[in-house]
Design a protein around this ligand. Structure first.
Ligand code: ATP
Length: 293
């Protein structure tokens, strides 16, 4: 009997591992929306690595239900700059990010990278050049080191350590008895939303993409966590073309340009102080979110 028990027990373990891996995949796809249905053109080229200029050129877009959700969005992110998109829920912020990642093609207009439409590039090379820091990061049931190294399979211990440092995780990791080898996920240490996002930033640092999409978490973070995220984002965005989908306006203060999207249209754009002085929609959003004095 015992001879049977051991292999069955092992099979149970393997089954749980496989189930977990599938659950992670399912969550990952939900997170990244639907899998691509777009086919590369035969003459498509590889997008060269490095920061690129991104232009949303008169973008109109409808999902499969045919209702247009973006109505002629015009938005340029010069190489290495950061543009933040703000606006109420359903305005179309995430849709812009999905189009840049080419999960869908616009119904009219084109997204251009270095002047060429996305369709000129192989999707694999486009996605290899875009780092996504999602709202809700999927962690594998493994060590912190493994979860960071996911950004670059085969990364050395030094590279992982350096990425953790740049993502402002070093202080947090130092306090853990097993440091980078601490188990996280469902069967390990539970991390806060802010800590998980910084792991995603560390992954992105290892991936070293020229472009970055940062989807800010909607859940409120404590002020220490929020500051750590902001500092990590500032560092990682410095030399990259960055699109920030912002929910809390504290994230956007330093952006090169802030774009206010309402019902799929840009209604205001500029830097934080100019938009505040304008006294329009941005100022209204800011006053709604401003912490009480
Ligand atoms: P939030 O701040 O709540 O994340 P958002 O500004 O990112 O909102 P989007 O998610 O881009 O808004 O949605 C824009 C519009 O597109 C909304 O009206 C939404 O209902 C619709 N939409 C989003 N995803 C789909 C989809 N897969 N199919 C059909 N409509 C969708």
């Amino acid at each position: 009997m015992i001879q049977l028990f051991v292999p069955l027990n092992f099979l149970g373990f393997v089954y749980r591992e496989i189930k977990q891996a599938l659950a992670n995949m399912a969550r990952m796809f939900a997170l990244l929306d639907e899998p691509a249905r777009i086919v590369d053109k035969p003459q498509a080229q590889d997008l060269p690595a490095g920061p690129a200029t991104v232009l949303f050129d008169n973008i109109h877009f409808a999902y499969r239900d045919g209702r247009e959700v973006l109505h002629g969005v015009e938005l340029s992110i010069p190489a290495g700059h950061t543009v933040a998109v703000v606006g109420s829920s359903g305005a179309g912020k995430s849709t812009l990010a999905r189009l840049l990642f080419r999960f869908y093609d616009p119904t009219h207009g084109a997204i251009r990278i270095n002047g060429e439409p996305l369709s000129a590039y192989r999707q694999q090379s486009l996605r290899a050049n875009i780092g996504v820091v999602p709202q809700d990061t999927v962690l594998f049931n493994d060590t912190i080191a493994y979860n960071i190294a996911y950004g670059k399979p085969g990364a050395s211990a030094e590279e992982i350590q350096q990425a953790a440092k740049l993502a402002h995780l070093a202080g947090f990791i130092e306090q853990l008895p097993d440091g980078l080898n601490t188990q996280v996920g469902e069967r390990g240490l539970k991390l806060s939303g802010g800590e998980k996002q910084r792991i995603a930033i560390a992954r992105t640092i290892l991936k070293n993409p020229g472009m970055l999409i940062f989807d800010e978490a909607t859940a409120s973070l404590d002020s220490v966590s929020e500051r750590a995220i902001l500092n990590a984002l500032k560092d990682v965005a410095q030399s990259r073309t960055t699109l920030v989908i912002a929910h809390r306006l504290s994230t956007v203060i330093d952006a090169d340009e802030i774009v206010v999207l309402e019902d799929g249209r840009i209604v205001e754009r500029g830097r934080h102080s100019a938009l505040l002085a304008l006294g329009g929609r941005y100022a209204e959003l800011w006053n709604l979110q401003k912490p009480a004095d």
